[in-house]
Design a protein around this ligand. Sequence first.
Ligand SMILES: [Zn+2]
Ligand SMILES: [Zn+2]
Length: 327
Amino acid sequence: MKALFYTGTQASEIRDTDAPVAATGETLVDLAFCGICGSDMHAWHGKDARRVPPLILGHEAVGTALNGPHAGKPVAINPLISCQKCDFCQSGHPQLCAARELIGMRLPGAFAEQVVVPDRNVTEIDAGLSFSDAALAEPLAVAVRTVRVAIAHTADPAARIVILGGGAIGLLCALVLKAYGRPHIRIAEPNALRRHRLDGLDIGESYDPVAMPAADSSADIVLDAVGSGITRMAASAIVRPGGIIVHVGLEDSEPGLDTRRFTLQDITFTGTYCYRPDDFAEALRLLTEGAVSGAGWTEIRDLDAGAQAFLDIHEGHAPPKIILATH
Ligand SMILES: [Zn+2]
Ligand SMILES: [Zn+2]
């Protein structure tokens, strides 16, 4: 089969490779689409020690099951494979499983014509849901988890929410918040092109945090979808006393948190990683009902053009999400 291999720092190429074979309890999926994630870019930049080339990246995937309990049906893949036995798995938190794997990390990923995953990692999708929108289920599940944690802390629909970063995860968080009836959203995004795109989506107000840093500490909820020292510093400054910062980005590990202020002003800081199975199901529900879609911010390109897509994202010539058509 054809697959896009990450071959070394800032390099990838189409190669012909053996198609995977499903063992007992595994489903072979004939892939339709797979989105390029920020973590794929991180690997491509040579910054992810877990993703060693040559490797097929990609974990935001949909296609048709060729065998198993969903044979012949359109399916979305939950790429998080956990042990099912440890306390985290047993209590519904497989994203915390110490033995967890993700396709496209050590296991072969989905920038390919086919991939194999455990039967339990495929979910049939509604016939009315397009494959290209269903390919957003995985990053949307990340956003659902982030928003759910924020709302569990501050349920007020009138909450003032600031999202740091207008990339795919920040944008998806805004779409989820809008779907949940939270209209007071501001999105900090230094890139003018990205702000322009955000403004066309009617998901709140974008602003340039460099030219116009927020002046007061009034945000009930801050979602840091960048995760850099700079955004942690900004989040520390703009969250209100008693508010919450949910940290979902993984940009760098520089300092930036004002822990003294958190202590003196009862500010909650929490991270979120991936999603639980119910977050993934909720993401598919939002897509199936049309509450969230890729209209206006995603672009589909052919797998053959995948190497160029990585370059374009790197150089900033790309929309927040490129989805590769794998057939
Ligand atoms: Zn991802
Ligand atoms: Zn486990």
